[in-house]
Design a protein around this ligand. Structure first.
Ligand code: FAD
Length: 437
């Protein structure tokens, strides 16, 4: 270790996972560790608000926060020009620009690279808009305004291998709500295309009654759907979609559109791709039950960049979503394990990986809790109503405030979750047991 008393911990990625973990580590370790956060952009983006940005309900600036002053206040060094390549054998990374940065421990929280290039014509460089990054959502909002001057069919969905379905349903319903507000909905046939085997599968084989809830929501809003869908290619104003039927045969749909958003598949970032033992063939970070990489035990994986196998087999590949609360639970486990390792104890903390999600539809929404993530579950709950819309606004304001103040986890968040019986860590270890308030 570079300095016995002050181990050097580098957090790679300044998104939801990386910032949360940096603040938690500072809170848990005090000044006993040197913390550096490396991102490839100067601002934190609250991605769950992107669907709102894409229809003009939020300005991009309202969901982004400048990280430098907050990190400085917490004595966390900030490097904002990104990593070019992680060099795990040498315990260092090469930064963009050529400098090297050494670490004793590395927390990788780089989110996904968006694999638009896997389907011809897909993505902002092609013919479909994206809501995966806030800049994309801003461009999607401009495209939506242009579309509203000359409305036509809308196609919204996800491609084969995608793993993030909540925002797809959200965006579909939000666009429907906004078009009705503008009195344009009667001019816009809408279609959902998804690799999911059924509506509401969500990459989790459904949660509670999400299948009937979301199907009936789509019927009420007169939105058609194609499930088991594989996008062949996208061209200006139309896309070729192959539907895989349960009997094994396929049929081809040629879907015209005036506006289309398709969520791409994810893969690991180039700085990690191909690093034997650290990542799987798709570039996702391999981790054990303590969030630690088996080949390089001083490296931890956090958030969307970690490798999680799919829930069961589907006709068209469907990935598992990694949602905000699940990511926070990984961050808590990493923080506590790092504290133990630094204090010469074995890591013992395991994240619960519960999926909790609020999907806002603009005039209502669906909430679900899956605990654990893989069925059968102890908690398998979903509900709908107008309250979800307001809860989501509250969640955005609360989370943005938490980042602005560099808070690890304010006590009341813990209390609310305790009251709901939702824990971030598995209770086997008595130190982790959270008793209901
Ligand atoms: C549109 C959308 C809506 C979502 N809505 C919800 C929701 O409502 N509820 C929910 O629970 N979850 C939601 N999610 C899922 C999940 O919570 C988010 O994707 C979350 O932001 C993931 O956090 P992360 O830290 O893993 O990745 P990110 O937040 O994507 O952060 C990754 C960071 O790494 C940085 N980075 C990338 N490459 C490099 C590099 N080479 N060097 C340095 N830094 C790098 C990126 O710039 C970024 O700052 C949503 C996801 C999307 C895409």
């Amino acid at each position: 270790m570079s300095d016995h008393h002050r181990p050097k911990i580098v957090i790679l990625g300044g998104g939801l996972g990386g910032t949360t973990c940096a603040f938690e580590l500072r809170h848990a370790l005090g000044d006993s560790a040197e913390l550096t956060l490396v991102s490839d952009r100067p601002r934190f983006s609250f991605l769950p608000s992107n669907p709102w940005v894409a229809v003009g309900w939020r300005k991009a600036d309202e969901v982004q926060i400048e990280l430098a002053p907050i990190l400085a206040h917490k004595h966390i060094t900030f490097i904002a020009h990104g990593a070019e390549r992680v060099e795990p054998m040498l315990n260092r990374m090469r930064l963009k620009g050529g400098d090297h940065l050494d670490y004793d421990f590395l927390v990788i929280a780089t989110g996904p690279e968006l694999a638009f290039d896997e389907i011809p014509g897909l993505g902002p460089e092609g013919y479909t808009v994206s809501i995966c990054q806030t800049d994309h959502a801003r461009a999607a909002a401009d495209a939506f305004e242009r579309f509203c001057t000359d409305p036509g069919p809308v196609v919204i969905g996800a491609v084969q291998g995608a793993s993030c379905f909540g925002p797809v349903y959200e965006f579909l319903m939000i666009v429907d709500t906004e078009l009705r507000r503008r009195k344009l909905r009667d001019k816009v046939p809408m279609t959902l295309v998804t690799p999911e085997p059924y509506v509401g599968h969500l990459g989790l084989d459904g949660i509670g009654d999400t299948k009937s809830m979301l199907e009936s929501e789509l019927r009420e809003r007169q939105i058609k759907w194609v499930t088991n869908a594989r996008i062949k290619h996208v061209a200006q104003g139309s896309m070729a979609v192959e539907e895989v039927h349960p009997q094994g045969y396929t049929s081809l749909h040629d879907l015209p559109f005036g506006y289309a958003m398709l969520l791409p598949a994810f893969r690991g970032i180039p700085a990690l791709m191909g690093l034997e033992g650290l990542v799987n063939p798709r570039g996702f970070v391999l981790i054990d039950e303590y969030q630690r990489n088996p080949a390089y035990p001083n490296i931890f994986g956090l958030g969307v960049c970690v490798a999680i196998p799919p829930v069961g087999k589907t006709a068209v590949p469907v990935g598992v979503p990694k949602t905000g609360f699940m990511i926070e639970s990984m961050s808590t486990a990493i923080t506590q394990n790092l504290r133990d390792i630094i204090n010469a104890r074995e890591p013992s903390h395991r994240a619960t990986w519960n999926a909790i999600c609020l999907a806002d539809f603009g005039d209502g929404g669906v909430a679900f809790v899956a605990q654990p993530q893989i069925p059968p579950r102890d908690v398998n709950w979903s509900a709908e109503g107008r309250w979800v819309h307001y809860a989501k606004i509250g969640f955005e304001k609360y989370f943005m405030r938490k980042i602005r103040h560099g808070q690890a986890e304010p006590a009341y968040e813990r209390l609310v979750l305790q009251a709901m019986g939702i824990n971030k860590l598995l209770p086997e270890d008595p130190r982790d047991t959270i008793t209901a308030a």
